[in-house]
Write a protein that binds this ligand. Structure first.
Ligand SMILES: NC(=O)c1ccc[n+]([C@@H]2O[C@H](COP(=O)([O-])OP(=O)(O)OC[C@H]3O[C@@H](n4cnc5c(N)ncnc54)[C@H](O)[C@@H]3O)[C@@H](O)[C@H]2O)c1
Ligand SMILES: [Zn+2]
Length: 365
């Protein structure tokens, strides 16, 4: 299956197919004019999937240079960016080459940014290996590292040349990581595709059990949705791409409170945040209460914990608002909140005072 991201001269295809990890040579060969490919991955993915990937490329006559960084969010930093960049330069990677990012969102963001600045910009290919990366971070060209001032604060828009999604690699992903990625899948239904949310209700169990057909359908629908949004609003200058932040403003506040640690994974925070976004929409009379209840029921059925206390987080509303104030999107003292008029009817609300959100959070503690 192929989903196109239509961005004029920066357009690229997303290929989705089982076993693609070991049959990628015909797609990668034409992007490797020197017959060599640098593959950057993390220690965990290197142990699980790099040998099969590299062997399949070598068998097709492509030489592979491997660069392995420690697994985990900490690798999205200046030091690792410098190491990866210097290594790519010492390997002689040229502007006309592509660098392959094999891993989750951490590797995609780090390698995408390295490619954006290497020799003022070389190509890169995303080979996402987490569900979150397959349905979200590998598509759209946002790349970044974290700094002492916060997450994703230094980066660039740099689109990949190609995205290769093999749902089979998710077989080795811990269930908690798979579920976290599933939050972003549900998000696309909640934003503007009520039929897909119906499908999620009927098929979440199959997706979370790793059923290949269900996973492929969930990934393809998500990639089509993300591709549409990115094509319409590549640099998030309008409201369209902002809708992808459904659940994220609340979620980021809880993630900040948890110190961006494994206590609360990003997708888990997004699930929490989406339930709150629908609750606040219902409380403001914007959305039927039944829809908010349905969202909460589905997320619970999918195994999400929807109370911060279940993650050991006991932040007061004032503390959460404090975290929200650090958001990159703060403008004139308030934040755009993604609210909903119902399932599949999300919209950007720019007129919600932070004080109203604080009062709402006080009622749901
Ligand atoms: N650029 C974007 O648009 C965008 C969007 C959303 C998130 N992000 C970023 O993505 C990052 C989170 O991504 P993530 O959740 O994929 O985290 P991650 O890359 O850290 O992967 C999670 C864990 O799973 C392991 N892993 C990866 N693939 C595996 C596999 N197939 N089997 C077993 N283990 C595997 C990794 O080694 C890691 O330990 C964050 O840094 C976030 O900021 C970026
Ligand atoms: Zn997200």
């Amino acid at each position: 299956m192929i989903v196109d991201v239509a961005l004029g001269s920066r357009s690229y295809p997303i290929h989705i197919a089982p076993e693609l990890l070991t049959s990628a040579a015909p797609l990668l060969g034409p992007l490797a004019p020197r017959g060599r490919l640098a593959v950057v991955t993390d220690t965990r993915v290197a142990a699980l999937h790099l040998p099969a990937f590299a062997q399949s490329l070598a068998a097709a006559g492509l030489a592979v240079d491997e660069i392995v960084v420690p697994a985990g969010e900490a690798s999205k930093d200046w030091a690792t960016l410098a190491q990866v960049s210097e290594r790519l330069l010492s390997l002689g990677v040229e502007r006309g080459d592509v660098v392959v990012a094999l891993g989750g969102g951490v590797i995609g963001d780090l390698v995408g940014f390295a490619a954006a600045i290497l020799r003022r910009g070389c190509g890169f290919v995303q080979v996402p290996t987490t569900l979150l990366a397959q349905v979200d971070s590998s598509v759209g060209g946002k790349t970044a590292i974290n700094t002492a001032s916060g997450k994703n604060l230094v980066g660039a828009f740099h689109q990949p040349r190609l995205v290769l999604v093999d749902p089979r690699v998710l077989a080795t992903l811990p269930e908690r990581e798979l579920r976290a990625g599933y939050a972003e899948v549900v998000k696309y239904g909640l934003i503007d595709d009520a039929d897909f949310f119906d499908w999620c209700e009927a098929n979440a169990a199959a997706v979370l059990a790793g059923d290949p057909a269900a996973l492929t359908r969930a990934i393809a629908t998500s990639c089509r949705a993300k591709a549409r949004v990115v094509a319409a609003d590549e640099r998030e200058t309008g409201d369209i791409r902002a809708l992808l932040n459904l659940g994220h403003t609340f979620g980021h506040a809880y993630e900040a409170e948890a110190g961006y640690s494994d206590t609360l994974l990003h997708g888990e925070a997004v699930a929490l945040g989406m339930a709150l976004a629908f609750d606040v929409s219902a409380a403001r009379g914007l959305c039927p209460a039944e829809d908010a209840a349905r969202v909460r029921a589905h997320l619970l059925a999918a195994g999400f914990r929807l109370s911060p206390a279940e993650f050991g987080i006991a932040a007061s509303p004032a503390t959460l608002i404090h975290h929200m104030r650090q958001d990159k999107k703060m403008q004139a003292g308030t934040l755009p909140f993604i609210l909903a008029r119902g399932i599949g009817k999300a919209f950007v609300a720019r007129d919600v005072p932070l004080a109203a959100i604080e009062a709402f959070l006080g009622t749901v503690r």
